[in-house]
Design a protein around this ligand. Structure first.
Ligand code: EPZ
Length: 427
């Protein structure tokens, strides 16, 4: 096992290229099942969540060919299976997309669901509601196998009382070949939802309104293979933006869609950073010390919940008291315990964290509690005095391609270390 060691205090400088979006690939790769032919997918991030998704596709019978380091050819013509066991889904929460894709292709799907994770209970009742509305019979069998089957899927009106990225995506996957029109009301509007809709349309689907308050899907008989490039990762980009700002650096983040980053840009400017937007890049110049500000996570286009832990690190060394309200998940402050080990002063009360900014953080042995918490620990290490060692880095590698190499190229003192090399006292 390895850890990541970071020695802080170095302002980041230079350029970093953003990879394809994890949360777009998580839906687009299973969606290739609907093509029943060959898709070429470009700008695929090399992260473990993609590795697990491809393993499931191959286990179902698809043929996956690596064309180059970020381009895959996926042929789902030979795909016959419709069952995904727990042995495969336990690594990756987003395996629920196989339910919608297999239901849309074969009219049946059996997928083992991973439990909740470190963000709290993560039910899939809205996904099941969407499938049932389209005419599917949905059951939970033993071993948490969700089964969905339908002789025929028929277009309908689906209203989500809670905005859900996963349920919105799954409703589209099941509806693209349903008979007639489906209207999805109060859908998620994240960039990865729009990317999925655009990908499905390039396969011959008929989806309009993705990114707005109503998504209309007119069912089609057949879908075909296509070539698609995954949208740049909004959250990876935001992670580097916060790191540049909090280290007082000057970093140009390339291969991004600035419009997708508007909420992050606005918050960083409010905290005193300079953010200049280019056509497909943003340049972030950090000030001497961040100013306090308050953050409330909201569905897109609001401030992304997946950027909440990273922003908490910046606010932990800001001047004054800041407030973070987490309105999407019911338990997304677990990382606060790790941040406190580095000297941060954060009080959590339900959905709100009150952060008293301190002059500086101190390096310490910490761990990643989940993907974005791990990224936050890395940013804390970049700004802390001394060395920080981050354990359980497998969480970070689920969603960040070459994160150590990318930060090292920006001047960070960061490296992998073997656990036995660790200088930290074992707990
Ligand atoms: C997606 O998770 C992302 N994962 C998450 O990113 C992200 O935090 C989240 O959307 C919100 O943007 C992927 O795209 C693979 P939701 P998802 O359904 O779809 C509740 C990361 O770090 N809910 O939008 O699971 C749910 O409990 C990960 O990249 C129901 O109640 O999130 C939550 O409170 C972490 N019933 C809220 O809705 C349901 O059926 C939003 O969840 C589904 C969700």
């Amino acid at each position: 096992m390895e850890k990541i060691a970071v020695r802080g205090g170095i302002p980041l400088h230079g350029n970093v290229k953003i990879s394809g979006a994890k949360n777009a690939a998580a839906a687009i790769l299973p969606a290739t099942i609907l093509a029943g032919g060959k898709c070429i997918i470009e700008n695929v991030p090399r992260i473990s969540d993609v590795k697990y998704t491809l393993r499931i596709l191959e286990r179902l019978g698809a043929k996956v060919r690596v064309i180059n380091k970020s381009t895959l050819e996926i042929d789902t013509a030979p795909l016959k299976g419709f069952t995904v066991t727990h042995e495969l889904t336990r690594h990756m929460r987003a395996s629920y997309y196989f339910l919608g894709a297999l239901l849309g292709r074969f009219g049946k799907a059996k997928v083992a669901m991973p439990g909740g994770c470190n963000l709290g209970v993560r039910p899939i009742d809205l996904h099941e509601k969407a499938f049932a509305a389209l005419g599917a019979k949905v059951d939970t069998e033993e071993n948490a196998i969700i089964s969905a089957s339908a002789d025929k899927l028929v277009g309908t009106r689906i209203y989500f009382d809670v905005v859900s990225v996963g349920a919105t995506a799954n409703a589209m996957l099941a509806a693209v070949r349903a008979e007639g029109r489906t209207e999805i009301e109060n859908p998620a509007k994240e960039p990865h939802i729009v990317d999925l809709a655009n990908f499905l349309n390039s396969m011959g689907a008929n989806i309009r309104g993705a990114g707005t308050d109503i998504i209309r899907v007119d069912g089609v008989k057949e879908l075909h293979g296509c070539t698609w490039s995954v949208v740049p990762d909004q959250i990876e980009a935001g992670t580097y933006m916060v790191a540049a700002a909090v280290t007082g650096g000057d970093v140009t983040i390339e291969n991004v869609t600035p419009k997708h980053l508007e909420a992050i840009t606005a918050k960083l400017r409010e905290s005193g950073a300079t953010v200049d937007e280019g056509d497909d890049s943003v340049r972030v110049i950090g000030g001497s010390r961040p100013a306090k500000c308050s953050v409330k996570t909201m569905p897109h286009p609001g401030f992304p919940t997946d950027m909440q832990p990273q922003m908490a690190v910046l606010l932990s060394v800001a001047q004054g008291t800041s407030y973070i309200t987490e309105s999407i998940f019911d338990n997304r402050f677990r990382y606060v315990d790790q941040l406190a080990r580095m000297g941060a002063v954060v009080k959590v009360d339900g959905k709100m964290a009150v952060i008293e900014g301190v002059e500086s953080l101190m390096g310490a042995p910490v761990q990643a509690d989940d993907l974005r918490a791990g990224a936050a620990m890395l940013i804390a290490g970049l700004v802390a005095n001394g060395q920080t060692e981050i354990d359980r880095i497998e969480y970070i590698e689920r969603g960040y391609e070459e994160i150590v190499a990318k930060f090292r190229a920006l001047g960070a003192d960061i490296r992998y270390i073997k656990c036995e090399e660790s200088t930290a006292l074992t707990a």
